[in-house]
Design a protein around this ligand. Structure first.
Ligand SMILES: Nc1ncnc2c1ncn2[C@@H]1O[C@H](COP(=O)(O)OP(=O)(O)O)[C@@H](O)[C@H]1O
Ligand SMILES: [Mg+2]
Length: 371
């Protein structure tokens, strides 16, 4: 699966761009604030219906425009194609289309067009709290377990209801009925996460060995409650504490995938460069798992890679992406940097980004920027 063409209208500083991209590596170079991240963000938005860093939908619409519109033609292999589109207006309306038909949610597009974004602050996956790592794991589950998303939503709904009950200081009897439902949904979610980790962790170990062969990294999944007890027991035993704080302290919403080196925290022991490499390894392993499960690799959106990693590691990552057979969109500031990355990659394409306009190098007529 790969994007063949993409048309972006009024997204951030991009007024109107039509890009004919390649199924292998697409590189984009340009000065700061030229619109490189905006392009990756547009592709990510088409796949997820969400901004990358929690920005409001309105802030993504180009200044003074009424709506943004992103459409793409996707090659699904064996001569199959799909046309997908998303339009978000200033009045708050959202239109999602697949092959001309309106969809009720983004799921149908996400299913066809899984993307993995790796940004300049990717090391935050390790340095920020467990929330980022839970989100990361849940993305992997979302793409590969069809039952995961409905189960996750059900759990979130029950969790907010139980939290409201705790805030309202309801009686222990009332609370215990909320606990039973939450514990059931939470144990189910936990089982799915375990099944995912069974597949994902061996791939991650392999990838870490390739990228950081000299460092022995251990991973440990903490499920979010006492290992000795069921979730229901943990909730029941700690009711007093939970009533005091006013929210649920145990469950898969408190889980973490903790990584350590010699039992020391990664953030204390490793350099920022090494932390970035581990984050890349995690994202590459996630993509490999998607590829094994869905028989098609996700699209990688990699922002500012050359300024983040040294040449040797850039090379290792490019090799891993080639092995995955993924379509890749990589940005960098200098032409030489991105040029080196795709030096020997067949059919790669290079684009120049300037003031929100994107043009293909070598002046081929397949890329147009309209005014
Ligand atoms: N809604 C918007 N309308 C117009 N310009 C925007 C909007 N949102 C962001 N921008 C501008 O787009 C420019 C490009 O941003 P970005 O894509 O992050 O640049 P780069 O990644 O190339 O450094 C920035 O100058 C930013 O202020
Ligand atoms: Mg940027």
């Amino acid at each position: 699966m790969y994007i063949q063409n993409i048309k972006i209208d009024d997204f951030r500083n991009n007024s109107c761009t039509i890009l004919n991209v390649t199924g292998t590596f697409n590189t984009f170079y340009g000065e700061n604030a030229s619109g490189k991240t905006s392009l990756l963000e547009a592709i990510n938005y088409l796949s997820t219906g969400k901004s990358l860093n929690g920005a409001s939908n309105e802030s993504l619409i180009r200044k003074n425009a009424a709506a943004f519109n992103i459409v793409a033609e996707i090659n699904l292999g064996e001569k199959n194609q799909a046309f997908v589109g998303i339009r978000r207006s200033m009045d708050g309306s959202l239109e999602i289309k697949l092959d001309g038909e309106r969809m009720r949610s983004i799921n149908a597009i996400a299913e066809l067009l899984p993307t993995i974004f790796i940004g300049p602050d990717c090391h935050k996956l390790l340095t920020d709290g467990p929330k980022e790592r839970r989100r990361f794991l849940d993305w992997g589950l979302y793409y590969t377990f069809p039952q995961f998303y409905p189960q996750w939503r059900q759990y979130q709904k029950l969790l907010s209801q139980r939290n409201a009950a705790l805030k309202d200081n309801v009686s222990r009897e009332t609370l215990s009925s909320w606990s039973v439902g939450l514990a059931q949904a939470g144990e189910q979610l936990h089982l799915m996460r375990l099944a995912y980790l069974n597949r994902f962790l061996p791939i991650l170990r392999n990838t870490l060995n390739r990228l950081l062969p000299d460092i022995k990294i251990e991973e440990k999944y903490q499920k979010g409650w006492d290992t000795e007890n069921s979730l229901l027991e943990s909730l029941t035993r700690n009711t007093t504490k939970e009533l005091q704080v006013g929210h649920t302290l145990y469950g898969p919403h408190r889980s973490d995938l903790a990584l350590t080196v010699d039992n020391l925290s990664i953030t204390e022991f490793l350099s920022q460069g090494q932390q970035k490499l581990i984050s890349y390894a995690m994202k590459l392993a996630q993509g490999e798992d998607v590829k094994i499960t869905k028989k098609s690799a996700p699209i990688y959106l990699i922002d500012d890679m050359p300024s983040e990693l040294d040449k040797n590691n850039q090379f290792l990552i490019a090799q891993a992406l080639i092995a995955l057979n993924s379509q890749v969109f990589i940005t960098g500031i200098h032409k030489e940097d991105v040029e080196k990355l795709v030096d020997k990659i067949k059919d790669s394409k290079m684009f120049h980004v300037k003031h929100g306009e994107i043009t293909m190098e070598e002046g081929a007529a397949v890329c147009e920027t309209c005014v």
